[in-house]
Design a protein around this ligand. Structure first.
Ligand SMILES: [Zn+2]
Length: 140
């Protein structure tokens, strides 16, 4: 039987960085220089059945280059965990963003910086799943 396994976040992060770089240099950048790419890094089931989703946020932005008027493109990583439990007391948990990394730096060197954020979000989601007794919303 073929089992689907989730993609390795390091790999997908490096790809997203390369993609964003390509968009910016393509000349037809319909995508903003400031955008957030969300990636699901975990789905959990609370003990009463509510779905808890952990998302990595790859935050692309532009900042002023120190001591110049030039702009430079940067990327940082944050995460958010959402619980869909009806009446859950902590339906949202944010993992603070990392420092900013230059978009032009080697994507394979930058990508591992996302890992602590990924780990923190997954840990929180796992613990929340073990404790959250909110039921899934059933429309009533
Ligand atoms: Zn919950």
């Amino acid at each position: 039987m073929y089992t689907r396994t989730a993609p390795d976040p390091i790999h997908t992060v490096a790809e997203e960085i390369r993609d964003h770089r390509r968009y910016l240099t393509s000349g037809r950048s319909f995508l903003s220089k400031n955008r957030i790419e969300d990636q699901v890094i975990g789905k959990f089931q609370g003990i009463a059945g509510a779905t808890i989703t952990a998302d990595l946020q790859i935050v692309f932005s532009e900042r002023k280059k120190k001591g110049t008027w030039e702009q430079e493109n940067v990327v940082k990583f944050a995460a958010i965990v959402c619980c869909a439990g009806h009446g859950c007391s902590t339906p949202e948990h944010k993992v603070p963003a990392t420092a900013e990394f230059l978009l032009d730096a080697d994507a394979d060197d930058t990508a591992p910086a996302a890992l602590p954020v990924v780990a923190a979000a997954q840990k929180w989601a796992q613990e929340h799943a073990e404790n959250c007794r909110a039921l899934p919303y059933d429309g009533s």
